[in-house]
Design a protein around this ligand. Structure first.
Ligand code: NAD
Length: 498
């Protein structure tokens, strides 16, 4: 049995009394065990971070950027190994696993330009002989807590920017697929980052709480489910930390009567079922506008779903693989039953799916519900599996209200040929990321990622310039260089520049 240890300076070999099981979702077998750390393990990591960070912050930004360039090169050189390792623990197909790594690398590319992004503001002559300038300084030791569904991309969203601006970063990845984060930390050392600048600690709630309570950790970025995001946000903020906490999602795709239905069906197949629906930017709800659109869409979806190939991660022809573990498979199947019990029409039932030769794998076939109502629990909650729900809307205004009033507000898409409708929709919908004829509108790395409502707690997004702001603090300097002569009166009122 393979053991997965923390990546802490001075490790491996930190004794752990608790371990988690890491499955291969394709076979259903336990393939490794991961050490669960505690406060003592975290203390060691924090001490190493504190040792390394001042020197790293004092390294000029161009040199820090060179480490990022080298890291990108190393990740690219190791892409196949990383993608296979990722797929073997997560279950997504290899092509999708490569995409997971690549979308993280996009943020590393952004971080390669950090000298430019860190430039401050300057006002010459803000008052008589007075100049004002600002600088962005790193926070010190910071941490990230990440979910299982993007074990490469989401850690890189966070540490790419956090490290480039001069922080030391401690990553607590998901305990379900912890190997790729460890490999990334090894590659960061190989790229030239000093030991202690990127460390990985494993664990569950105990480790998360230790991070949230640690006085030397000044900022925490979290991505995961909403209840835990809210908890992390509250506890971190209570302890005086800067916290951003991204949560769950239930993204809607609005299909207007003038949309290109062939294209919509293609886009929906990928966006609803790709990665077994385990994406926070998946499209698990489709809202056709008008009965005719709904009927045509439903008829086109049924054969498209029948053509989906569910297979092991290494099957190059598979569209999607297993879900992450047995408990999650059960959870998804329970939600399907709830939908049935609530009176939605189950058009395609993906339960009880078995893949020949991989009968113990955690596979779920694609499911389709029609006549789902906004009052149903299975509509209100995130299922996070290969389940697509049709919610019929009579008109544009009703379709607009559905995602706007939903508790989650991560992403949304509208499919239409009408520019005016698209423009209205984008401006009025109460959701953070909008796609117009784009089913998974994940913004590029130099823009920023973040949902609204229960999809994100805190007010600053991931990566792009918002990431730079999150991982730095602004210092503003007001300076005067007198010529040596003493002038002016004693000033007892607040200085004004006028
Ligand atoms: P999760 O909330 O179960 O776990 C996320 C992290 O929290 C993990 O590192 C885990 O170890 C830790 N954790 C688990 N239980 C905890 C507890 N009781 N107390 C403290 N920490 C705990 O999420 P997941 O199942 O790994 O990931 C899927 C979820 O993440 C979905 O809800 C998905 O929508 C969401 N997600 C959101 C985004 C986004 O950007 N909004 C992106 C990806 C995933």
């Amino acid at each position: 049995m393979r053991d997965i240890d923390h990546h802490i300076v001075g490790g491996p070999g930190i004794s752990a009394s608790r371990f988690g099981e890491v499955f291969n979702p394709n076979s259903g077998q336990v393939q490794a065990r991961v050490a669960f750390g505690d406060k003592a393990a975290l203390d060691r990591a924090v001490a190493a971070s504190q040792q390394a960070q001042p020197g790293w912050a004092a390294t000029n930004p161009q040199r820090r950027a060179r480490v990022m360039f080298k890291f990108k090169e190393l990740v690219e050189a190791n892409l196949e190994e990383l993608a296979h390792l990722l797929a073997s623990e997560h279950g997504k197909v290899i092509a999708d696993a490569r995409g997971d790594v690549q979308r993280g690398l996009d943020v590393i590319e952004f971080a390669c330009g950090i000298p430019h992004a860190l430039k401050g503001e300057y006002t010459y002559g803000a008052g008589p002989g007075i100049d004002v300038y600002s600088m962005r300084q790193p926070l010190g030791v910071v941490a990230g807590i990440t979910p299982f569904n993007f074990p490469a991309m989401i850690p890189m969203w966070m540490f790419g920017v956090a490290i480039a601006v001069g922080n030391a970063f401690i990553l607590k990845p998901s305990e379900r697929d912890p190997s790729v984060p460890v490999r990334l930390a090894e590659l960061m050392v190989e790229a030239g980052a000093p030991e202690g600048i990127l460390q990985v600690v494993h664990g569950d709630k105990e480790m998360v709480d230790a991070i949230l309570d640690h006085p030397a950790i000044s900022a925490v970025s979290f991505v995961g489910s909403s209840d835990i995001a809210h908890y992390v946000y509250r506890r971190g903020v209570e302890n005086g930390k800067r916290v951003q906490a991204m949560g769950g999602a239930k993204n809607h795709g609005i299909v207007m009567p003038d949309a290109d239905l062939d294209q919509v069906v293609k886009d929906l197949s990928g966006a609803a079922f790709g990665s077994a629906g385990e994406r926070c930017m998946a499209l698990p709800v489709v809202v056709p506008v008008g009965e005719k659109t709904a009927n045509e869409l439903r008829e086109a979806l049924i054969p498209a779903m029948a053509a989906l190939r569910v297979g092991v991660s290494t099957d190059p022809d598979a569209h999607y693989g297993p879900v992450v573990n047995a408990a999650h498979k059960q959870r998804v199947e329970n939600w399907i039953q709830t939908g049935v019990d609530e009176g939605a029409e189950l058009v395609v039932d993906g339960r009880g799916f078995s893949l020949q030769g991989h009968e113990n794998g955690f596979f779920v076939g694609p499911s389709l519900f029609d006549h789902v109502k906004p009052t149903m629990q299975s509509y209100k909650e995130e299922i996070f599996g290969p389940v697509l729900q049709i919610v019929r809307a009579p008109d544009f205004e009703t379709a607009l209200r559905l995602p706007s009033e939903h508790q989650y507000g991560n992403g949304v898409a509208i499919f239409t040929r009408n520019g005016h409708a698209a423009r209205e929709f984008a401006a009025r919908v109460n959701v953070g990321m909008v796609g117009i004829n784009v089913p998974i509108p994940v913004p590029v790395a130099y823009h920023t990622f973040g949902g609204w409502k229960r999809s994100a707690f805190g007010d600053i997004n991931q990566h792009g310039m918002e990431g730079v702001r999150f991982w730095t603090k602004t210092k503003t300097v007001t300076q005067r260089w007198p010529d040596g002569s003493v002038t002016g009166e004693n000033a007892f009122v607040i200085p004004t520049m006028g």
